[in-house]
Design a protein around this ligand. Structure first.
Ligand code: 4NP
Length: 148
């Protein structure tokens, strides 16, 4: 079983999209894909309505997802922990206790632009940003799906 965790700040905009997109590309058995946020603003809530809408537009239903917070135990439960931006990476790594934990954490857009540490922009305050974020995550997840 290959386990992948997508992480952003709120777990309502970017990481729910990344979770839904990667799931849509990995239809076989043997994968467990989840998402979490470093913050605790929206715990228990649905993804943002704008993320639900852009996913829907591309034929992906993410309404089964509920927001949860990233926790230390996730380092041992997941093989790959993909963060959306540099701030998420700092927050996640602040909880890492071992070199093995550090090694699991990756910037998701490094799959497209290796070692460049490019952020997926936070679309929370930008109604028009969701389609662009969807496209970035779709391309990155295409690479991830082929290699895991
Ligand atoms: P996300 O976007 O990290 O992509 O889920 C955000 C959602 C909510 C907040 C910040 C970012 N917030 O501050 O409530």
């Amino acid at each position: 079983m290959t386990r992948v965790l997508m992480v952003c700040l709120g777990n309502i905009c970017r990481s729910p999209l990344a979770e839904g997109i990667l799931k849509s590309k990995l239809t076989g058995e043997g994968y467990f894909i989840d998402s979490a946020g470093t913050g605790r603003y929206h715990i228990g809530g649905l993804p943002d309505a704008r993320s639900i809408a852009v996913a829907q537009k591309h034929g992906i239903d993410i309404t089964d997802q509920r927001c949860r917070q990233f926790k230390k135990a996730d380092f041992d439960r997941y093989d790959y922990i993909y963060v959306m931006d540099n701030s998420n990476r700092r927050d996640v790594l602040s909880l890492a206790e071992t070199e093995a934990h550090h090694q699991k954490v990756r910037m998701i857009l490094n799959e497209l632009f290796p070692n460049e540490n490019v952020d997926v922009p936070d679309p929370y305050y930008n109604d028009n940003g969701f389609e662009q974020v969807f496209q970035m995550l779709d391309q990155a997840c295409e690479v991830i799906a082929k290699k895991i």
